[in-house]
Each structure stands twice: as structure tokens, then as C-alpha cells.
Design a protein around this ligand. Structure first.
Ligand code: BGC
Length: 493
């Protein structure tokens, strides 16, 4: 009976986490979908490159705003309501962007969707972390990352499905597709409970206990309630925004911002979003080959994120971090070498570039990808967990933007004049309303990859001092650890 009961609990929490993790699908889909849509709406609305750039950046700006202003709201109104609000924005934003009668509508609708991406990117991991049994927390929160990677892949596939060369409005169904996962998240969340920890922080002990009984290992229910009560009793005043900047939470803040810095500054999105270009630079002919290259990257990303689900609660966060980041540093260094010697390597260079891109993605997928979102949902104390993890998420979007903004500048900085790699690409010319083949000097990304590799090495050192081993540690015990002023690396099960 006990065994059956436990199994039932496990299935229930997996379902709860999977429904909430649909927020990750939207995150991945909505950040990925734009790249395939650009050539179509640019031609449809006759847009200049700078307007296209504005539309692309609008999503990122929205995400920053979403993460910046809603963390505190999720502490006040609850995790469930925050995710519900995000799902409504996702649905409305998808309809608006698909229907957009003008380029300005497209810009504002992308900004609007960005808000939902920003909100869901911290509230979903947070929701799952607070509702998971301690032993499975890593695995369940990582479902969020798994769905991000699936979302990115689905966006490529949907772009491939809807892209029709002779139909300029092809971009519309690409954006409309976002309605489906949005509705799944919205309806699913209506049926999910609030997290027992948030309820408890609002003094709703009975409701909290009812939910805990359904999801936690039965022998741990009263223990969890007791720990939560003890933690709450330690606070004298009402929580305010300043709480998060108090000295005892400095380490938690450094961890949340630090892990997001390294997650983004190893250049993940330059590899993901520029991968078609990377494949073209190394000599695979034509845009189609480029897109298929990107799909292959998406598949590797999904498969290795699945693997991470089985590792994260077994071998732990620190080991995964060090293994993953070492692999990332190695493959970035190797990628740099391939580009530095691409003329000597010839055809072999092409295959080596692809191989190292895959190796890079695989190591990211088992480590920094899931760990970033997991760690920010774990390290803050109950009363400011929403605010804290939203700061982590804000850092993520900020660094993401900074890497995107500086990538080409870094390439240029490290390319000796006249040594850039030339590709021949079809470029849309708004003045003549036609595509022409132009020679493009891409610079040489070798220096940029080495630069990211060096940052990765710094990440290894940072991780030694700051990355906590939260595997198997109840959230309340993590809180206690900071309160005692202890070192991050001394946290243990
Ligand atoms: C990162 C994204 C990235 C994705 C790739 C996420 O954890 O935050 O920036 O695009 O992983 O899988």
C-alpha cells in the first residue's frame, strides 16, 4: 500500500510539473520562431534591416521588463496566478503577432510576448521547485529546460513547414502556432494547485498540508511543515524588496546572477541562433543546409537535456557543472582552432566544426542549461524567492542581450583585416523588392570562441567557490545555511 501510495504521488507531481513546464515550451518556441519568420515579414512589410532588428530585440526587451517587475508580485499574489497571467499574455500575444496588420503591431506584439517569456522564465521553475518532493526537485525543475529545448526545435520545424517561397504571408501561421501551447498552459494551470510553500508563507497551513500530503513522501510531510514554520517564525518584520540585499543573502544573489552570467557568456545563443550561419561559414552550401544544421543542433540539445534529467538528482549539481563546463571549454577551444585553420583543414574542417558544435551543445544541455533555471529557483528563502529568482531571470535576459549585441563586434575585433571568411548569400533588397546574391565578409569567429572559452575557465573557478550542491537538500535547509552565514560550497545533503 505504502509503495502504491508513493507511486501515485510521483505520477501526480510529474503531471503537475509537466503542465507547468509548458511555459518552457513557449519560452523556446517564441524565442526561436522569429528567425524563420524574418525574411517573410521583412519583404511583406518592406522593412529596413534596422526595423527588423527592432522587432527582433523587442522580445528580449519585453523579457527583461517582465522579469524585472513581476518577481515581487509572485510573492504577493502567488505562483499560480503569476503563471496564469503569463499564459494569457502568451495566447493574446500569439494572436496579435500572427494577425499584425502593420509592422508596428508586430513590434508591440513581440514586446508583449516578451513580457510573458520574462515572467514565465522565473515563475515556472519556482513553481515546480516549491511543489516538488526534495528528492526529485532537480529532475522536475529541469523539465522546464527540456521543454525550452523542445520549443526551440518545434519553432524550427514549424518555420520549415510554413515557409513557402511564393507566399509572403508565411510568417503569420508561424506566429499563430504559439496559441496552441499557450492554451495548454492556460487550461492546465487552472487545474493545478498553488504551491504548499507559498500557501504556508501566507499562513494557510491547512491548505498547504493538504497539498503536501498529495505530493510529498508521507513520512516527510510533517517534517516539511515544521521546517517551514520554523523559518517563518524567524522573521520579525514583513518582507520588503530590501530584504534581498541584506548581507545574509549576498551569497544567494551572487550565485543567481553568477550562474546566469556563465550560462549566457559561454555563448550558447550565438551557437544556437547563428548555427545556420556557422554551417554556411564553414562551407555548407545554401540556406537550406544551414537550417538543417540548426535542426540537428536542436535535436542534440533535446536528447542531452533528457539525459540531464537522469543525472541531476543522482550525481548532483556540482559534478554536472564541472563536467559540463569543462566540455564546453574544450569544444569552444576546438571550434576556435577549426576556424583559425579552416583553409588548411579544407573539407575535414567542415565536419569537425559540426562535430564540435554538437559536442558543445551536448555539454551545455547536461549542465548550464538546466542548472541555471534550477539553481535560481532553489537558493532564495521563502519570503523573497519570487523576487530573488526574478533577479536571476533578469540577469539571464540582460546577459543574453549583451552577448547578442557584442558577438559580431567581438568577431570583428579578433579578425585581422582581409582575413574574414566570405560567404555568398541571398540578400533581400527592399529598394528593388528582389533577392540578390551578395558576397559577405563574416570575419573569423575563432577569436570569439576562444574568448567564450576563457570565460568558461573563469566559470570553473567561480563554480568551485560559489556553486552549491543543492541535491537532496530541502529548500528550508538551504535558507538556514545562509542564515548561519556558512559557505556555499559547504552545503550538503
Ligand atoms: C537558456 C537560453 C538558451 C537555451 C538553449 C536556456 O537555458 O537560458 O538562453 O537558448 O537554454 O537550450
Amino acid at each position: 500500500m505504502a509503495k502504491e501510495e508513493k507511486k501515485y504521488n510521483k505520477n501526480l507531481v510529474v503531471v503537475i510539473a509537466a503542465v507547468a513546464a509548458t511555459g518552457g515550451l513557449l519560452f523556446g518556441f517564441d524565442t526561436g520562431v522569429i528567425s524563420g519568420a524574418i525574411p517573410f515579414f521583412q519583404q511583406d512589410f518592406q522593412l529596413s534591416n534596422s526595423m527588423v532588428e527592432n522587432i527582433t530585440t523587442a522580445g528580449l526587451v519585453g523579457a527583461v521588463i517582465g522579469a524585472m517587475f513581476t518577481g515581487r508580485l509572485s510573492d504577493i499574489f502567488g505562483r499560480k496566478k503569476t503563471i496564469l497571467a503569463a499564459s494569457i499574455i502568451f495566447v493574446l500575444g500569439a494572436v496579435w503577432s500572427g494577425w499584425a496588420p502593420t509592422a508596428n503591431d508586430l513590434l508591440y506584439s513581440r514586446l508583449f510576448i516578451g513580457l510573458a517569456i520574462g515572467i514565465s522564465s522565473f515563475s515556472v521553475p519556482l513553481y515546480i521547485a516549491e511543489i516538488s518532493p526534495t528528492k526529485m526537485r532537480g529532475q522536475l525543475v529541469s523539465l522546464f529546460q527540456l521543454l525550452i529545448t523542445i520549443g526551440i526545435l518545434v519553432s524550427y520545424l514549424s518555420d520549415l513547414t510554413f515557409a513557402k517561397n511564393n507566399d509572403l504571408s508565411s510568417w503569420r501561421p508561424m506566429f499563430y502556432m504559439g496559441v496552441i501551447p499557450g492554451l495548454i498552459l492556460l487550461t492546465g494551470m487552472l487545474f493545478l494547485p498553488e504551491t504548499p510553500r507559498w500557501l504556508m508563507s501566507k499562513g494557510r497551513e491547512d491548505e498547504s498540508r493538504q497539498i503536501l500530503k498529495r505530493i510529498e513522501d508521507p513520512v516527510l510531510v510533517e517534517d516539511s511543515i515544521r521546517r517551514m514554520k520554523e523559518e517563518i517564525a524567524k522573521y520579525k518584520e514583513r518582507p520588503g524588496i530590501s530584504e534581498i540585499f541584506k548581507p545574509w543573502l549576498r551569497t544567494a544573489l551572487i550565485i543567481a546572477v553568477g550562474i546566469m552570467f556563465f550560462q549566457q557568456f559561454v555563448g550558447i545563443n550565438t551557437v544556437i541562433y547563428y548555427s545556420p550561419k556557422i554551417f554556411m561559414i564553414v562551407g555548407f552550401e545554401g540556406a537550406r543546409a544551414g537550417i538543417w544544421g540548426a535542426v540537428s543542433v536542436g535535436v542534440v540539445n533535446v536528447l542531452f537535456t533528457v539525459l540531464s534529467l537522469f543525472l541531476i538528482d543522482k550525481i548532483g549539481r556540482r559534478k554536472l557543472y564541472f563536467i559540463g563546463l569543462s566540455g564546453i571549454v574544450f569544444s569552444l577551444f576546438a571550434l576556435g582552432m577549426v576556424f583559425a585553420f579552416h583553409t588548411t583543414l579544407g573539407d575535414l574542417g567542415k565536419w569537425m566544426a559540426i562535430l564540435f558544435v554538437w559536442v558543445y551543445i551536448a555539454f551545455f544541455a547536461i549542465s548550464l542549461g538546466p542548472l541555471g533555471w534550477l539553481i535560481i529557483s532553489e537558493v532564495f528563502p521563502q519570503r523573497v524567492r519570487g523576487l530573488g529568482s526574478s533577479i536571476g531571470s533578469l540577469a539571464n535576459w540582460f546577459f543574453n542581450g549583451l552577448v547578442a549585441f557584442t558577438f559580431f563586434k567581438i568577431i570583428k575585433l579578433f579578425t585581422a583585416s582581409g582575413k574574414g571568411i566570405i560567404t555568398h548569400e541571398q540578400i533581400y533588397d527592399a529598394a528593388t523588392n528582389s533577392f540578390t546574391v551578395q558576397a559577405i565578409d563574416n570575419g573569423n569567429p575563432a577569436g570569439a570562441f576562444w574568448f567564450y572559452a576563457v570565460i568558461g575557465v573563469l566559470g570553473l573557478i567561480w563554480g568551485y567557490f560559489y556553486l552549491p550542491e543543492t541535491k537532496g537538500v530541502p529548500l528550508e535547509k538551504i535558507e538556514e545555511h545562509w542564515r548561519q552565514g556558512r559557505k556555499s560550497r559547504d552545503l550538503k545533503e
